[in-house]
Ligand binder design. Structure first.
Ligand SMILES: *Cc1c(COP(=O)(O)O)cnc(C)c1O
Length: 544
């Protein structure tokens, strides 16, 4: 098929007004009938083949430029007449699937999106078939307590409260141990929303920030402004949250990190004192457990103590690193997590759940009461409805994936996956260190690696630890080209970022190649192949 096959098909169909639509045929699409089932089976076979071919393809990416692919999608008409599903699947396979990113490739090690265990595909079918809506119990019934149970299991892993606590709160509709969201971004926003409302509560005639807005709330409590404080490694979802909560991105204060990408505790403390002296409300202090760039983990325990003694909400963004709690061997890296007032963990990252599930957990089971909304027709006060306390309204029962994985993998299964990732990341770090072509920028704390290729003429300087700013600039440019070329060729994929390194003085930032070792199918041989591919590309670039 030509490049604009989809456009052509849609265009032709748009102008084709000859056929009357068969009304019965449309209505029958919703029926469980013998004919439908036969057709469904046929389509399912096609889809199964598409899935298999996709998942088994060798390359991490198609070699087409995004620009070429875009040409396929420039028609803005809706087809007039229904298109046969099988015909549509053909178009889909040729024009879309062919250029989808093969995130489950063992050699796609550049991002946090990985492959899934086989059972998720079939659970996905089940979930769509049930089509539960978790906004309220009337549209999900058993799914509401089922979701609460999965959240309580995770809560217990983080906070480990006594048995009686869970007995009492697991199904108590006034308690919220956690909330399922569509991802880490909404989980972070939810946590900060709760924190904001909790520190500007109703008082006398003042009805609280929730009713009166941030401006009036700050006036009422005699604050000159409101801030959120965290390390400079904070994910950009906090910019979104600062914007949406009305404090503005400028009031998201980013404290410097040290050369290991950990928050500077002394600067954190002085920032708190400064804000207090200026009568600024500190809505929350944020710690990062598994920074998106480098995988570094802030000193959570110390930060919790600082936040606690200042009486400030402490939120930990463990979207990436939170899954380490499953590992007996590595959970020490999250020491102090149980002191956090709220914790974000992404399901669609290291819990290997399908895209579209994040979670936020609360130490105080009543905290989320601060964001509660009710509506007569749908989410009634005092009801079991989960939509009372969440950013999202209608939402799918993705807790099915979580609950399933917690059982089918179990604690031990998750521990295997986490330990594998970290062990292989350590292997890759050692492998990078042993090759003169590379420089490891920091030893991995989780399973994210940051390193760079060093052109031959700079290797002496690197060895001596003396690379000047201008030399670093040249090396930066070189690594940008390398990463772009590797992505374009499509066989392997690493991402690229900028990180601080301890190697060349305080505050020096360099371009890094970034690898994320989270795919259980990525073997040591793949890791070696990825590194060798970079070396191979470097030779081609030199020749150009
Ligand atoms: C991925 C990530 C987020 C955002 O989560 P989404 O699921 O992409 O919305 C936030 N913080 C950290 C540390 C992350 O790694």
């Amino acid at each position: 098929m030509g490049l604009s096959a989809i456009n052509e098909c849609i265009n032709n169909n748009y102008h084709d007004t000859s056929n009357e639509v068969n009304e019965q045929h449309i209505i029958d699409m919703f029926r469980i009938s013998k004919e439908n089932q036969e057709f469904e089976e046929e389509a399912e076979n096609v889809i199964n083949k598409i899935i298999k071919d996709f998942l088994l393809s060798e390359n991490a990416n198609s070699s087409a430029e995004l620009k070429e692919v875009i040409n396929n999608f420039e028609c803005s008409r809706i087809p007039n007449n229904p298109i046969n599903l099988l015909d549509y699947l053909k178009l889909l396979n040729d024009n879309v699937i062919a250029h989808a990113t093969h995130v489950s490739s063992p050699r796609f090690i550049g991002h946090m999106t990985s492959s899934l265990p086989y059972f998720m595909k079939i659970m996905g079918k089940l979930l769509v078939s049930l089509n539960q809506n978790l906004v309220k119990a009337e549209t999900s019934k058993v799914f509401t307590p089922y979701e609460r149970q999965s959240l309580a299991m995770m809560h217990r892993l983080i906070y480990n409260f006594p048995e009686e606590f869970y007995d009492k709160h697991i199904q108590d509709n006034n308690s919220t141990l956690g909330i399922i969201t569509s991802g880490g971004t909404i989980a972070n926003l939810t946590a900060l929303w709760c924190a904001r409302n909790a520190c500007l509560p109703p008082e006398g005639d003042f009805k609280g920030v929730e009713k009166e807005g941030l401006y009036n709330a700050l006036l009422h409590y005699n604050y000159t402004g409101a801030v959120i404080i965290g390390p400079e490694t904070m994910h950009y979802s906090f910019d979104k949250a600062a914007d949406m909560l009305g404090i503005g991105e400028k009031n998201l204060i980013r404290v410097h990190v040290d050369n290991n990408n950990h928050i500077d505790l002394a600067e954190l403390e002085s920032t708190i004192l400064k804000c207090k002296a200026q009568k600024k409300l500190i809505i929350a202090i944020v710690g990062v457990a598994g920074a998106t760039d480098s995988g570094s983990i802030d000193p959570i325990n110390d930060m919790a103590d600082v936040a606690n003694s200042a009486g400030i909400h402490f939120h930990v963004d463990a979207a990436w690193g939170g899954a380490l709690i499953f590992s007996e061997k590595y959970k020490y890296k999250l020491a102090g997590l149980e002191k956090a007032d709220s914790v974000t963990i992404d399901g669609h990252k290291q819990l290997y759940l399908p895209m579209g599930i994040g979670m936020v957990f609360f130490k105080n089971n009543l905290l989320a009461g601060n964001i509660e909304k009710n509506a007569q027709y749908i989410i009634r006060a005092g009801s079991f409805d989960l939509g009372r306390r969440s950013v999202e309204g209608s939402r799918s029962g993705t807790s099915l994936y979580l609950h399933t994985a917690l059982h089918v993998l179990g604690l031990k299964g998750y521990e295997v996956l986490i330990n594998e990732g970290i062990t292989k990341a350590y292997y890759m770090a050692d492998s990078i260190r042993s090759r003169p072509e590379f420089e490891l920028l920091s030893y991995p704390e989780t399973n994210i690696l940051v390193y760079r290729f060093i052109p031959e003429e700079f290797r002496m300087q690197v060895k001596a630890g003396q690379v000047s700013r201008s030399e670093n600039n040249i090396i930066d440019k070189y690594n940008e080209t390398l990463q772009r070329t590797q992505r374009k060729v499509g066989k392997f994929f690493n991402s690229r970022t900028k990180v601080k390194t301890s190697l060349y003085g305080r505050g020096v930032q360099v371009v890094a190649i970034r690898s994320v070792i989270a795919n259980p199918l990525t073997m040591k041989a793949d890791i070696d192949a990825v590194l060798e591919d970079i070396i191979r590309i470097s030779k081609v670039i030199v020749k150009d």
